[in-house]
Design a protein around this ligand. Structure first.
Ligand SMILES: Nc1ncnc2c1ncn2[C@@H]1O[C@H](COP(=O)(O)OP(=O)(O)OP(=O)(O)O)[C@@H](O)[C@H]1O
Ligand SMILES: [Mg+2]
Length: 277
C-alpha cells in the first residue's frame, strides 16, 4: 500500500455529496515539484457513464489511481459510494473494479488462471466464482478458450478478458482507463455494447478515452488539461457552451455546429496559447 503514515490530513474545502457514486473536492497530486492534478472538483451520479478526457499527460490516470485508492493525494477529499477513500482506501475496494491502462493481466497465465487470480484478490467465495466465471467467459466471448495462454490472445480478446477480470466481483462502480486503445473499430463497438449492458444493470462507469465518438456515448464528460478540469457537462451542453467561443462561421455568417472533437481541439489549443503567453 502506498499510503504513508505521515501523509497529511486531507484539507476538506467543501462538503462532498454523499449520495453520488463519486464526489471529489480540491483533489491534488504532486510528484516532487510537479503538480499532476491541481485541485479538481467533480461529481458522478450513480448509474452514470462519465467520460474523462484530456491530452496525454493531463492527469487522467493519476486521478483514477487516487480514486481507486492506489495512490494517496496530497490534499482534497474523495468520496466513493459514500465512503471516504482518502481516510480508508480499503473500504471500497470490493465494491469497485479497475481496468487499468496497461490491462494488468498476467501474460503467462491462461484465461482461466487470470480470472481465478482476480477472484482471489477479491476473496470471491467458490460458488460465486463459478457463477461469475461462466458469466464473464460468455460476456467476453471466451467460452472454449479458457486454457489459452493470455499472451497468445489478440488485443481485442485481452481487452475483454481484462474487463471480465475487473468485473469478476460484480462491482457497483467500474473505472476504465483507455480500455479501447489499440483495438479495431468493430471490437471497440462490441466493447461499448458490453459497457452499455453493465450500465443497464446499474453499474456506474468512469472511463477515459481519446476517441471522440466514444466521448459522445457518455452521459457526462469532464475535460482535463494540465491537471485542471477545463470543461464539464453532457456532450451536448459542452458543444453548446463552447459553440459561441469557437465562433466558426459558415459563408452565410451562421455559426457552424461544433463536434466534441472540435471543442476538444479548440480548448486544448487555447489553453496552450494562453500558457505560452
Ligand atoms: N509516478 C510518477 N512520478 C512522476 N511523475 C508522474 C508519475 N505519474 C505520472 N506522472 C506525471 O504526471 C503527469 C500526468 O500523468 P497521467 O499518467 O496522469 O496522464 P494521463 O492524462 O493519464 O495521460 P495519457 O493520456 O498519456 O495516459 C504526466 O506529466 C506524468 O509524467
Ligand atoms: Mg493515462
Amino acid at each position: 500500500m502506498t499510503h504513508s503514515a505521515h501523509h497529511p490530513l486531507p484539507f476538506i474545502s467543501e462538503p462532498t455529496a454523499t449520495d453520488s457514486a463519486i464526489s471529489v473536492r480540491g483533489l491534488t497530486k504532486r510528484f516532487g515539484e510537479f503538480t499532476a492534478v491541481s485541485g479538481i472538483d467533480f461529481d458522478v451520479a450513480r448509474g452514470e457513464i462519465f467520460g474523462f478526457l484530456g491530452p496525454n499527460g493531463s492527469g487522467k490516470t493519476t486521478t483514477m489511481r487516487m480514486l481507486t485508492g492506489t495512490i494517496a493525494p496530497q490534499s482534497g477529499s474523495i468520496r466513493i459510494l459514500g465512503e471516504d477513500v482518502v481516510a480508508s482506501p480499503e473500504k471500497v475496494k470490493r465494491r469497485i473494479g479497475y481496468m487499468s491502462q496497461k490491462f494488468s493481466l498476467f501474460e503467462d497465465l491462461t484465461v482461466d488462471e487470470n480470472l481465478r487470480f482476480y477472484a482471489g484478490v477479491y476473496d470471491l467465495p467458490a460458488d460465486e466464482f463459478v457463477k461469475q466465471r461462466a458469466y464473464v467467459l460468455e460476456m467476453a466471448g471466451l467460452v472454449g478458450r479458457e486454457k489459452e495462454l493470455t499472451a497468445n490472445l489478440s488485443v481485442g480478446w485481452k481487452q475483454r478478458l481484462a474487463l471480465g477480470a475487473a468485473t469478476i466481483h460484480e462491482p457497483e462502480l467500474l473505472f476504465l482507463d483507455e480500455p479501447t486503445s489499440g483495438v479495431d473499430p468493430v471490437a471497440r463497438r462490441h466493447f461499448w455494447d458490453l459497457l452499455y449492458d453493465l450500465a443497464g444493470q446499474g453499474v456506474t462507469l468512469f472511463v477515459t478515452t481519446h476517441y471522440m465518438e466514444e466521448a459522445t456515448q457518455c452521459g457526462r464528460l469532464a475535460f482535463m488539461y494540465a491537471g485542471r478540469i477545463i470543461a464539464e457537462g453532457s456532450p451536448r451542453e459542452i458543444r453548446e457552451q463552447h459553440l459561441l467561443d469557437i465562433g466558426d462561421r459558415d459563408d452565410s455568417g451562421r455559426l457552424r455546429t461544433a463536434s466534441i472533437e472540435d471543442v476538444f481541439v479548440r480548448l486544448v489549443t487555447r489553453e496552450r496559447e494562453e500558457a505560452g503567453r
